[in-house]
Design a protein around this ligand. Structure first.
Ligand code: GTP
Length: 235
């Protein structure tokens, strides 16, 4: 297996499924069963999930709320999604641990890097909630930071598109998908992979990112089995 330890970044919006808001149980269970498949391969799995299906700090700011305040609310939203995913994984029979970047001990363990690593070594899926615990950082940045901290081999960024294209495929029918692209080329071509903070963290720490379509069941395991799924961004 090429990747022994992965960090899977899931989007909060995707958890909505076809709903306008909140969590679609069917989608949640589909994600859980896909994670179960790769866990069964013996891969160590850590997860960061966004919160945009519940609350987005940036939009709160547009509505006049202080950005910092909105971002903290967004971090709480990621905890709701993390707890939902934890429950879905546990009901699929997978041992999990949830660690929060903001202390809320009744609900989750606090984030402790060495404990997270031990959980992974013991085969538990570790979910990192509450982002980085700091405003002005996205959950992509949290995913990059945690991935580097736990020495993950790769970040798998689950999206609704199947990779990175030369242009927006919805606007430009001639757009083609990259299988591989360097950080420098992605940057120079203005391709949006993650926000710059997250992107730079990965580049500087030599952590590859694979952008792939998480909403097609079977994709995740195919990717980890070495098939050409998504786009890999690397140095
Ligand atoms: P090992 O001892 O390494 O095997 O890890 P462990 O997680 O099984 O041990 P621990 O005794 O730390 O945790 C037992 C259970 O309590 C696990 O389900 C943890 O997630 C949970 N737990 C541990 N610390 C906290 C905490 O601070 N808050 C909450 N809510 N749960 C915790």
């Amino acid at each position: 297996m090429k990747y022994k330890r992965i960090l899977l970044k899931l989007s909060g919006e995707s958890l909505m499924g076809n709903k306008q808001f909140g969590i679609d149980n069917e989608r949640l269970n589909i994600y859980a069963s896909q994670i179960k498949e790769i866990h069964a391969l013996g891969i160590e799995v850590a997860i960061v999930i966004g919160g945009g299906n519940i609350f987005r700090g940036v939009q709160a700011e547009e509505g006049g709320m202080d950005r910092t305040h909105g971002d903290y609310m967004g971090m709480l939203a990621t905890m709701i999604n993390s707890m939902a995913l934890q429950a879905a994984l546990e009901s699929a029979g997978i041992h999990t641990r949830l660690q929060s970047a903001i202390e809320m001990r009744e609900i989750a363990e606090p984030y402790v890097r060495r404990k997270a690593m031990r959980h992974l070594e013991k085969g538990r899926v570790v979910i990192f909630g509450a982002g980085t615990g700091n405003p002005f950082f996205t959950t992509d940045s949290a995913a990059s930071l945690r991935a580097i901290e736990i020495n993950a081999d790769v970040i798998l960024k689950g999206t609704r598109v199947d990779g990175i294209y030369t242009a927006d495929p919805e606007k430009d029918p001639t757009a083609t998908k990259y299988d591989v692209i360097s950080f420098d080329d992605a940057y120079n071509q203005g391709l949006k992979v993650m926000d710059m903070t997250a992107f730079t963290l990965c580049k500087e720490n030599n952590l590859p990112i694979i952008v792939f379509d998480m909403d097609t069941p079977g994709n995740l395991i195919r990717l980890l089995e070495g098939h050409a799924v998504g786009t890999i961004v690397r140095n």
